[in-house]
Structures are given as C-alpha cells and as structure tokens.
Design a protein around this ligand. Structure first.
Ligand SMILES: NC(=O)c1ccc[n+]([C@@H]2O[C@H](COP(=O)([O-])OP(=O)(O)OC[C@H]3O[C@@H](n4cnc5c(N)ncnc54)[C@H](OP(=O)(O)O)[C@@H]3O)[C@@H](O)[C@H]2O)c1
Length: 343
C-alpha cells in the first residue's frame, strides 16, 4: 500500500503551528513545514519533536514567494495555512508589515493548493474577523455568521484585525470561485505552554498581566483558548469530512480581575497587573459561541488548566525572573492596547 500523502503546515515554527506539527506527527502524519529560515535556532525545536526525524521535512518559504510555497505543497493531500504576522509593536507600515503578508500570503497559498490539487485546506483566521461588528445585537452571542466591519477596523487603526478579516474574506471568495475545499478556524486569544523558544505576542500579553504591567489594565472580558485545543480543532476540522465553513474556537470567558485573582491564588508571589474597574472602555469583545466546533466533537480544556500550565511554563523557562536580573522584561503588545490599556 502506498504511504499516506503528507500534509503541509505554513509557518511551522510559530506558537500554534508548533503544537499542530507535534500533534500531526503523533498521529502518524508526514509533515512538510514551511519556515522563513529553517536554520534559525528559534526553529530548532521542530526537529526535536517525536517522529520528526522520520516524518518531518522543513522547507524554506516566505508566504510571498509562490515558487517556494509550491515546493513545500507538492505531493501534499492537505494544507494548514497558519503563517501570518502577529505583531508585537506599533506598526510603522501596516500595509507592508501585516496586511500584505496576511492577505497576499493567503491568496498565494490557496492558488498553490489549487494548482497542486490539494484536497482540503484549513485556514487559521481569528475572532479578530468576528468581533468588530457594531450592528450585532448586544444580547446575542456572536456566531459564525458575524463578520468584523472593515471600516470599523480601519477607523480604529486596528491593522491586524483588518488584515485577518480581509484574509478570511479573500479565502472564501477564492474557494467559492475556484471550487477549493477550505475550512476556516477563528481562535480567540491563545495561551498555553510554548514549544518554541521565543516568546510569541499573546504569551507576551499574559506575561504582562502576571509581571504587573507597569500600566493598569481595564477590567474587560477576555476570551481565551488553549494552544493545544487550537491544534486539536485544526486537525478535527481537517479530518472530519463533514466540516464546512467557519468555526469559532473561543470556549472560555473571564474578566481581567477574575483572571488575576485565579492566578494570584495559585501563585501569590508575582505583582500582577492593576485593574481599573470603574472606567468606560471601548472593548467590542462580547460572548461568542463555539457550539459549531463542539458539535463536531471538539472538547477544549478548562480555562484554569490553560492559565496554570502557562504560568508554570513561564516559571520553568525563567521568563518570570526579575526584569533586572537575567529574566525577561515584558510590555503590552500594541494591538491589545485598544481593549486592555487603562487610560
Ligand atoms: N495567538 C493568538 O492568540 C491567535 C489568535 C487567533 C488567531 N491567531 C492566528 O494564528 C496564526 C499563528 O499565530 P501564533 O500566535 O502562533 O503566532 P506566531 O508564533 O508569531 O506565528 C506566526 C507565524 O507566521 C510566520 N510568518 C509571519 N510572516 C510570514 C511571512 N511573510 N512568510 C512566512 N511566514 C510568516 C512566522 O514566521 P517567522 O518565525 O519567520 O516570523 C510565524 O511562524 C496566525 O495566523 C494568527 O493570526 C493567533
């Protein structure tokens, strides 16, 4: 019998993609992972994963380089498109830094998938493409029919949110026009232990909460999903023949204050961020429903496990040592200031 055809994961060294590659290898898949720089030590963890020596191949590819993407996708049965910039700092040129790689990168990979006759493509979108919808009824949980309004993203200079919305819209337009089988998954904020050695943007956000700022945060609603459950969701929608359309993966809600209390109870020695409870804020984050994904068989873990496993990972790797020592100093990622930074 011929061996099963491999699957490709773009941006394989990132926070979410590393867990996906690990999961795929553990389930016996052969994996082609694309990386911008396979020789960068920040990607060294991939070849250490169980099964990597036999079943993981690394390909050098920027998502803006269609020829390089084609070399990675050739022979693959399925593709998981995960690569997209998640910026930490204020953008100097949003078009160049985020919008082009997110949108053009997505259409490039989809075009390659069509040419290479890939059977199914899973595109990682975000609840960034769901939440910014001022016309959605306040009392109704947002579901997969809710789309962010690009004008609202633009007016508020929320470039990452705009990029994810346009990239997902572009995916659907392309798939419908070209008959490509795609599914999109929209995770909320992703926390959990890292496999990669460098700190990704959302882990930076949680480190900011634990290390205590320096600046206060609004006491707003957070939606949180575990990175291991996102990997499960991506594989689930890939493997289920009946999966179709968008899938929100946002199983847990908590306020800033409640999250700090939960973490402080287990780990009292950190400073934790101060919460402003008495201020008007402009957060558009309201409950969303992950019912569609749960109905497909998705079983995300409890929030407490995600938060405690994250803090334990940061402790173990020295990320919570004093910033003055050889520890890691953190700052609030710019893209979260809109919701979280207290004025
Ligand atoms: N973390 C979250 O809370 C969250 C929530 C919802 C959706 N998402 C989505 O999940 C995906 C992965 O995010 P993450 O949190 O795992 O962040 P991450 O660790 O920063 O991963 C992003 C990956 O994208 C790659 N990338 C960026 N620009 C690229 C380009 N031009 N060509 C090729 N690769 C490029 C990066 O490669 P380099 O290492 O070479 O920079 C990195 O591997 C993204 O699509 C993001 O929008 C994340």
């Amino acid at each position: 019998m011929a061996p099963p055809r491999p699957v490709c994961v773009t941006g394989g060294g990132g926070f979410i993609a590393s867990w996906l590659v690990k999961l795929l290898l553990s389930r016996g898949y052969a994996v082609h992972a694309t990386l911008r720089d396979p020789c960068d030590p920040k990607n060294a963890h991939l070849m250490q994963l169980d099964g990597a020596a036999e079943n993981l191949r690394l390909f050098k590819a920027d998502v803006l380089d269609r020829t390089a993407l084609a070399a990675a996708v050739e022979g693959c049965e399925g593709v998981f498109h995960v690569a997209s910039p998640v910026p930490l700092d204020k953008l100097v040129d949003p078009e160049l830094e985020v919008i082009v790689p997110a949108v053009k990168g997505t259409s490039n990979i989809l075009e390659v998938c069509s040419t290479m006759k890939v059977e199914k493509v899973v595109v990682v979108s975000s609840t960034a493409s769901v939440h910014f919808n001022p016309t959605w009824p306040q009392d109704k949980p947002k579901d997969e029919s809710c789309w962010s309004d690009k004008k609202v993203c633009m007016e508020n200079e929320l470039w990452y949110f705009l990029a994810k919305t346009v990239a997902e819209e572009t995916s659907w337009e392309y798939a419908e026009k070209n008959g490509l089988d795609i599914v999109t998954v929209c995770p909320c904020i992703v926390f959990g232990p890292q496999l990669q050695p460098v700190v990704n943007t959302t882990s930076e956000l949680l480190l900011y909460v634990i290390k205590g700022g320096p600046n206060a945060m609004n006491d707003v609603m957070w939606e949180i999903v575990d990175v291991r459950d996102v990997a499960d969701a991506l594989l689930l929608v890939y493997e289920k023949p009946e999966s179709s359309g968008r899938y929100i993966s946002a199983p847990n809600y908590i306020t800033t204050k409640a999250m700090v209390e939960l973490l402080r109870k287990a780990h009292p020695k950190y400073n934790y961020v101060k919460c402003k409870t008495d201020v008007e804020h402009n957060s558009p984050i309201t409950p969303t429903s992950s019912e569609k994904l749960r109905n497909l068989g998705w079983k995300p873990r409890k929030l407490e496990e995600t938060l405690l496993d994250s803090i334990e990972y940061y402790q173990k790797t020295g990320l919570l040592q004093d910033a003055e020592g050889n520890g890691y100093s953190c700052h609030l990622p710019e893209m979260f200031s809109f919701f979280h930074a207290a004025k």
